[in-house]
Design a protein around this ligand. Sequence first.
Ligand SMILES: *Cc1c(COP(=O)(O)O)cnc(C)c1O
Length: 434
Amino acid sequence: MSTAAFDPDERPSRPDGRRGGSLRMVRPRRAAPSEAARVTRAEINLAHVRHNLHELRACMEADAAPDATPAEVWPVIKADGYGHGASALGTTLERAGADGLCVALLEEGIELRQAGVRCPVLVMGGYYGRYRDGLEALVEHDLTPVVYDPAQLERLSTATRYLHRERGRAGAPPTLGVHLKIDTGMGRLGLRTETLDPFLDALHRHPELRLDALMTHFACADDPDEEVTRAQLAAFDRATERVKSAGFQPKIRHASNSAACLRFPEAQLSFVRPGIAAIGVHPCPDAPSRSAREANLRPAMRVLSEVVALRDLKKGESIGYGHSWTASRPTRIATIPMGYADGLDRALSNCGEVLIAGRRAPIAGTVSMDLTMIDVTDIPDVAVRDEVVVLGTQKGRLGEDVITAYEMAQTIGRIPWECLTGISRRVPRYYRHP
Ligand SMILES: *Cc1c(COP(=O)(O)O)cnc(C)c1O
């Protein structure tokens, strides 16, 4: 795929005349804890986020050759930090020593800058909008672009020159560092190796742009079979040689998501890009690892609610939309104010479980938009206002148990990434800094 090159100076500004620096952010609207009336909530443990960063750095140190610098860790906090809140995660990770951060969207990068993040921020999606204010916002917020298309080079260098002129500066504009993405087999974004040469020619024609890094992305890093990842890494090495022989000296190379950085020490390179591991979820607990160190990750998110209503059913009574559940014995049902609009997947109807008093209880009937019913017959003395854990650990009067994102995902044929990013904006996030 290639878009036609064009000059952003000829491209219309936004109809309302807004400029890059004021690109409007659409922020997830969430009730602040003090104004949240509802009992359903997500607790984010920022100490666990710091712990996970230290664990990942320790893994990079354990895997580095004795005389080599360990790979840096640049956590990926796209999609609002996988539902944990990007600004809280970004500021916490930066203070805990993250060398850089990665996001997917320009808007996500701007949000981090507005939260006060100062470290390098890589915008991986490579899409900066149809208007030139997106490119200007990128430069003005000192975000690092990923490129893979000659048209992007044209637009970026024009935006750099334009901003320089507009600020009334003389001489040549400062160079803008870019990361070039290479498609080594994911088939999603990145330069295909067949088009490497024309791209590098185009790069030579843009002295405003500086090729700082080469990157790629693995398709099967969590697969027990290592073959695809090895082939992708070899293709990345070959592409690197071609870039160097064209006269470029990119100092940085990066490739690894969570699964690759924990399983393939040889793919750690200059820095790794762990997303799910940074929030404490192992990407592939069942695939073998060749890392010298086992990462001891701690999940950062717990999702909690409370019993708001109780009722006793006679044998044979049915409940919920479609009456998909019928009591096979005298049954006690508890209702919690969390439903699919909060991110409790409707596929969990009649098959998911939650924790009450430290013990498991099954979801009974169809998960509805705002409410879900739980069969608490086997848990003595459940009362209104009892805590219910939908995701995470619970210590209660009857014991201690955990529902992991991995378990929740497996129950319904999803992946933990979906379950976590699915917790909706309607659920207020409470941050703990123990
Ligand atoms: C999302 C993403 C990552 C992080 O993936 P995890 O599996 O969550 O670690 C890394 N690199 C790219 C390009 C991504 O899109």
